[in-house]
Ligand binder design. Structure first.
Ligand SMILES: *Cc1c(COP(=O)(O)O)cnc(C)c1O
Length: 368
């Protein structure tokens, strides 16, 4: 029978998970305590404070949903959308499409504003669509991991609020790797995942709701259709009542606590700058290799770099050799980029010059 300790070490430079620092792994391995143990509850309060810091918010309703980033997406939508609500979603990649699908399944009347893969959403087009449809909820992916593009989020809230709508933003890939300003940008609900720029294993979805979003939640005419993700219940556990809802993934919260401590020690500005510097170094090396980006210049994410595989090269075979011979994982293309692109993630602990040199050096050898 294989054992976990037989698993090879990998350098994770794909679209997530990112490399997890030893301190976080050590925290994860700390003996499990009870989820209502007062010592653990104090740790949870610290996690909330750390999440408010990375989201740049004072929102009281800030917590970590049990589940991966997709659980955060689902929680944001099912709590804030009621059947028949108009929801406008920006779609220029896989995750925008997924948001639209989740909203449809929640019974929303969904309209999309689309942009070609590799291009950002157009702010003016979004604003025109908002004026036309007066949506209850506008949902946008900040960092579209499938294409490596950043979408315009700052400045969108004004148009959304003009119709008393709520702005929901997917920050799964952007959080802790580039500026995410929940309060300053007027975001009503933001969610993320732990395994991208927070450099923690997958398993928790940081989530924050503005007071406007909480008011919407409290005005619902029907109960939240998901019992597990019902924030009116979850907040009783994360809040002062500490009411049992489900058993918190205790060790994952240890890990997130440590990951947030590391973010605090580095400082957000320095962390964003480190991601930017790694991206610049990668850009120069890819240019040298003659590998062009498939994402539009000026709108590229620092932490997720989508590049075209050379014509005639089997991109999957190259990825396989990178993994087998060099122990480096990168991602393949999704959707419109399937079979044509590589996605190189420089997330969290992976945003270093050493990681950039390792992956570009290996690509240079394999493509020679
Ligand atoms: C990774 C990702 C998700 C989904 O997160 P999971 O942890 O895989 O469930 C959602 N949105 C974006 C933008 C992502 O990059």
């Amino acid at each position: 029978m294989p054992s976990v300790s037989d698993l090879p070490r990998r350098l994770c430079l794909g679209p997530g998970p990112s490399p997890v620092p030893p301190r976080v792994l050590a925290a994860l391995a700390h003996p499990t305590v009870g989820h209502l143990d007062p010592a653990f509850l104090a740790l949870m309060d610290d996690v909330r404070a750390g999440l408010r810091h990375v989201f740049a918010t004072t929102n009281p309703m800030t917590l970590a949903v049990s589940g991966t980033g997709s659980a955060g997406m689902e929680a944001a939508i099912v709590n804030l959308v009621e059947p028949g609500d108009r929801v406008l979603v920006g779609v220029n990649g896989v995750f925008g499409g997924r948001l639209a699908e989740v909203a449809r399944r929640a019974g929303a009347a969904v309209t999309t504003v689309d942009a070609p893969w590799g291009q950002p959403l157009d702010r003016e087009e979004l604003e025109r669509a908002i004026a036309r449809h007066a949506p209850h909820v506008v949902a946008v992916v900040h960092a579209e991991t499938s294409t490596g593009v950043v979408n315009p989020v700052a400045g969108l809230a004004e148009a959304v609020r003009a119709h008393d709508g709520l702005l929901v933003v997917d920050c799964v890939t952007s959080l802790a790797g580039m500026a995410v300003e929940v309060d300053a940008w007027g975001i009503d609900a933001a969610y993320s995942g732990t395994q991208k720029c927070l450099s923690c294993p997958p398993g928790l979805a940081p989530l924050t709701l503005s007071p406007r979003a909480v008011a919407r939640l409290e005005r619902r005419t029907r109960p939240v259709p998901s019992w597990y993700l019902d924030l009116t219940l979850l907040r009783s556990y994360w809040g002062d009542e500490r009411a049992y809802h489900h058993t918190a993934p205790i060790n994952m919260l240890y890990a997130l606590h440590e990951a947030l401590a590391i973010v605090g020690e580095e400082g957000l500005a320095a962390r964003f700058e480190r991601h930017r510097a790694a991206h610049d170094r990668l850009t120069a090396a890819l240019d040298d290799l003659g590998l062009p980006f498939v994402s539009a210049a000026g709108h590229r994410l620092p932490m997720l770099n989508a590049v075209a595989a050379p014509a005639g090269v089997d991109e999957a075979a190259v990825r396989r050799r990178l993994l087998d011979e060099r122990g480096i994982e990168i991602g393949g293309g999704l959707g419109a980029f399937k079979g044509r692109a590589w996605r190189i993630g420089l997330m969290g602990h992976g945003a270093t010059a050493e990681a950039v040199d390792a992956v570009t050096g290996a690509l240079r050898d394999l493509l020679a």
